[in-house]
Design a protein around this ligand. Sequence first.
Ligand code: ADP
Ligand code: MG
Length: 295
Amino acid sequence: ATPTALLVGTGRGAQLGVLIRGPEVLESTRRVDTVVLDKTGTVTEGRMTLLSVATADGEDEAEVLRLAGALENASEHPIARAVAAEAAERTGELPTPEDFTNVAGLGVQGVVEGHAVLVGRERLLADWALTLPPELERALAEAAAAGRTAVAVAWDGAARGVLVVADAIKPTSARAIAELRQLGLTPMLLTGDNERVAASVARAVGIDEARVIAEVMPSEKADVVARLKAEGRVVAMVGDGVNDAAALATADLGLAMGTGTDVAIEAADLTLVSGDLRAAGDAIRLARRTLSTIK
Ligand code: ADP
Ligand code: MG
């Protein structure tokens, strides 16, 4: 391979909105056959809004929102931002938690005004031996059936409410995924969110339901990529979050959203500057063309 042609390739990449770590990256870009896409912030906007609050019998909706919002105010997660913003809007200034822990892939826990508060997946509550009353089970099931993400709120040993959030799919995602298919690649969806939400996003953007891997803990995302590689696939991973960094580094080719976290960008080989997924297909097409010119 002549270095000049490779450098022209990386320069052309910059024009397409793709930053390429070094000319040698083009070789793995060319060989990719599988593209694993993170859901939140990659296929979707990653900017959530709070749609509704369900309460356990006898609980006050504003209080559920206020304590959940106070705890989430300490988290950077898109769900947390939606909950804290709406809580501040509806209930005024939020108290500062006395204690706060982020439980990756599950939610947040801490102390607010002396109450031990949890916000997150049902599994986080189960870890504290908490179960949901039927009215909250129903709220979670309804949200899942509608393809929406929902988290539970508990404090002082009892589940108090369910918060339903929504995230919009990026307008360019479906077209970007169609282009990946045209290039002969297999798109897959990888997420920590629940199966039904993941399936509904996959359906909307044209990913086969058999190619959806959901409810994956952040620490397991890299294992999923490693397993696909062990099956003989040449894997590109596209992600934006702190959660995705290990998977981006494990993949044959890591692509970070330029709109994502620095940790993801540092772990990646390519950065899609504007966060438009269509640049992934552009980069692969460019790598194929650049390297065929050289040969
Ligand atoms: P994704 O792969 O979609 O980016 P994450 O691994 O960040 O998802 O989170 C997986 C799930 O854990 C979320 O869908 C949510 O149910 C729960 N979760 C994570 N962080 C929070 C948080 N700060 N507040 C509430 N729930 C959370
Ligand atoms: Mg993400």
